[in-house]
Ligand binder design. Structure first.
Ligand code: DMJ
Length: 508
C-alpha cells in the first residue's frame, strides 16, 4: 500500500487519503513494534527524572533509538565539533562551538539519556570556551547555544550551564554596538567586535528579532538587566517602523535602523521567526506587553489579505511571498514557513481570534502534503503552488534546485503544537509517516544525512551532513509528539525558543 503521489487521482479525496495513510501506518507500526520488542530486551531499567512520564510509548522508543544512533555517530566522528558528516565519517565546523552537542543537551535530558547527557555535560564543563577569535552569527549562536545552555540550566539547575551562558551573553552583547541599536549580523567572540554579514550590507529581520527570548531570560535569571534592555530596544524600535499591513521586509540596516527598500516579504527564510517571536515574547512576559500581541494579530491579518492563496485543483491553503517592494506575488512557500500552524494554534490557546485555528489546520494539512505526497515522505526545501488549472492536475511542484531535505523540523514542530492543543491523533500519525521517511532515506550507518532529492526513492543524493537542529528540534518535537502525558511540557509553563529549547514563562 503506498501513499497517494502528486500524480494520483485520489489526492482530491481527503478522507480516503487519510484512510490510506492510516492503513500504511498500521502496517509500519507492526514492523516497528516487532523491532521494538527486540530493542527492549536487555535494555537498562531507566528511572525517569521527576515530572517525566514513567513509560515511553512504542513510538517514543523508536525516536530515542534514532537519537542514540545520531549521538553515537557524532560522538565517534565529530565529538566537540559543530556538525557530523556521517558518510565521510568526519566533521564540519562553522561557529566552532560544538553546536550539535549543545543543541542536543536538553533533548538528551528530556529523553532521559543519562549516560549521553553526562558525557555532554562533562564536555561543556571542561572543553567549551568562548574566548575564540571567531566571527559568529549572533542569531544562530543565540538560538542554538545560548538557548540550549539556558534551557538545560532551567531543566537541571546545574550552575555550569548558567556560567557558560553568562560568558557567552557578555560576548554576544557586543553585536548591539551599532548606530541604531539594531544588532549587526556577526560578532567576534574574542575581540567583541560586531560586523555586517560577509555577503551583504544589512542584517536579516528574522535574525534581529529572534534573540529576545534568550537575552531576556538571561537577565531574568542573573538579575542583570542589560541583556533584556538591549533586546527590548530592538523590539520597540521595530514596532515603530512602517509595515505593510503588519508584514515586514526581510532586511534592515544596523547603522540606520531602517528597512532596506524593496526587500522581499516572506513568512519563510529571513522573515519567519519575526512573527513567531512577537507572540512568544508576549507569552514569555506574562502577556503584559500588548504591543507585541497587537503586532502579531495585525501581521496575521496581513498574511490573510496579502499572502494567502489557494491551489488548483484541491483548494489547499498556502502563504506566498511579495517580491519587488510588495508588488509581485510569488506562489512559493519554504518548508521554514511550516512553523506557522503551530504558532497560530499557540496564539489561539492564548486568546487570539478563533479563525486563526482554521488557518492553522488548513496550512498544517498543506505542509503535511508537501512531505507525504513525495515518494520519500520528505518535504523539499521550497515548494511552488499552482493557483491556476494546469495540464498536470497537480497542486504543487518542486524545482530541481529546491528538492533537498536538510532534516528540518518545522512541520513536525507544528504537528506537536496541533496535537498538544487538540489531542487529535491524526497529527501523530502524520508525524509518524514523516519519521518513516527520515528512517528510510536519511539514516545511514553512522548517523543521519541531509539529502539532495526528495522526489526519488532511488536517487536521493545524500549530502553528508547532519544538522545540529536534527537533534535539537526534529527529534525533540517527534519525542514530544508521541508523549502520552502532554502536561509534562505544557505550553502554559514553557515557551519554546526558535530552536526548540524550552524556557520558562514569567509573570511580566
Ligand atoms: C533552526 O535553526 C531554527 O528553527 C530557525 O529558526 C530556522 N531554521 C532552523 C531549522 O530549520
Amino acid at each position: 500500500m503506498s501513499l497517494p503521489t502528486m500524480r494520483s487521482p485520489q489526492h482530491r479525496l481527503l478522507p480516503l487519503t487519510l484512510l490510506i495513510m492510516l492503513e500504511k501506518e498500521a502496517v509500519e507500526n507492526e514492523v516497528f513494534a516487532k523491532k521494538d520488542e527486540g530493542m527492549r530486551e536487555g535494555r537498562d531499567q531507566i528511572v525517569p527524572p521527576p515530572g517525566l512520564p514513567q513509560k515511553r510509548t512504542t513510538r517514543q522508543e523508536a525516536i530515542v533509538a534514532a537519537m542514540k544512533h545520531a549521538w553515537k555517530g557524532y560522538k565517534t566522528y565529530a565529538w566537540g565539533h559543530d556538525h557530523l558528516k556521517p558518510i565521510s565519517r568526519t566533521r564540519n565546523d562553522w561557529l566552532r562551538l560544538g553546536l550539535t552537542l549543545i543543541d542536543a543537551l536538553d533533548t538528551l535530558w528530556i529523553m532521559d539519556l543519562k549516560e549521553e547527557f553526562s558525557e555532554a555535560r562533562e564536555w561543556v564543563s571542561t572543553q567549551l570556551h568562548f574566548n575564540l577569535n571567531q566571527d559568529v552569527n549572533l542569531f544562530e549562536t543565540t538560538i542554538r547555544v545560548l538557548g540550549g545552555l539556558l534551557s538545560t540550566y532551567h531543566l537541571t539547575k546545574e550552575q555550569v550551564f548558567l556560567d557558560k551562558a553568562v560568558d557567552l551573553g557578555d560576548r554576544l552583547i557586543a553585536g548591539f554596538n551599532s548606530g541604531s541599536g539594531v544588532p549587526f549580523a556577526d560578532v567576534n567572540l574574542y575581540s567583541r567586535r560586531a560586523s555586517k554579514p560577509k555577503w551583504g550590507p544589512d542584517s536579516s529581520t528574522s535574525e534581529v528579532t529572534t534573540i529576545q527570548l534568550e537575552f531576556r531570560d538571561l537577565s531574568r535569571i542573573t538579575g542583570n538587566p542589560i541583556y533584556e534592555e538591549k533586546v527590548n530596544f530592538v523590539s520597540e524600535h521595530i514596532h515603530k517602523l512602517p509595515k505593510t499591513e503588519g508584514l515586514v521586509p526581510i532586511f534592515i540596516n544596523a547603522q540606520t535602523g531602517q528597512w532596506r527598500s524593496h526587500s522581499t516579504i516572506t513568512l519563510g527564510a529571513r522573515g519567519d521567526s519575526y512573527y513567531e517571536y512577537l507572540l512568544k515574547q508576549w507569552i514569555q512576559t506574562g502577556r503584559t506587553k500588548d504591543y507585541l500581541r497587537d503586532d502579531f494579530n495585525e501581521s496575521v491579518s496581513g498574511m490573510e489579505h496579502l499572502l494567502a492563496a489557494r491551489t488548483e485543483p484541491s483548494n489547499l491553503l498556502f502563504f506566498g511571498e511579495l517580491h519587488g517592494g510588495s508588488k509581485n506575488f510569488v506562489n512559493k512557500m519554504d518548508e521554514l514557513t511550516c512553523y506557522l500552524p503551530g504558532t497560530l494554534a499557540l496564539g489561539v490557546h492564548y486568546g487570539m481570534p478563533k479563525h486563526h485555528m482554521t488557518l492553522a489546520e488548513q496550512l498544517m494539512y498543506t505542509c503535511t502534503l508537501t512531505w507525504l505526497r513525495q515518494p520519500t515522505n520528505l518535504a523539499p526545501e521550497i515548494t511552488y503552488f499552482n493557483t491556476q488549472p494546469t495540464g498536470t492536475n497537480e497542486d504543487f511542484f518542486v524545482k530541481n534546485n529546491d528538492a533537498h531535505y536538510l532534516l528540518r523540523p518545522e512541520t513536525i514542530e507544528s504537528l506537536w503544537y496541533m496535537y498538544h492543543l487538540t489531542g487529535n491523533k491524526t497529527y501523530q500519525d502524520w508525524g509518524w509517516q514523516m519519521f518513516q521517511g527520515i528512517e528510510t532515506y536519511c539514516r545511514v550507518e553512522n548517523g543521519y544525512t541531509s539529502i539532495g532529492n526528495v522526489r526519488s526513492t532511488v536517487d536521493t543524493k545524500p549530502k553528508d551532513k547532519m544538522e545540529s537542529f536534527f537533534l535539537g528540534e526534529t527529534l525533540k518535537y517527534l519525542y514530544l509528539l508521541f508523549m502520552e502525558d502532554q502536561s509534562t511540557f505544557s505550553i502554559d509553563k514553557w515557551v519554546f525558543n526558535s530552536e526548540a529549547h524550552p524556557l520558562p514563562i514569567y509573570s511580566h
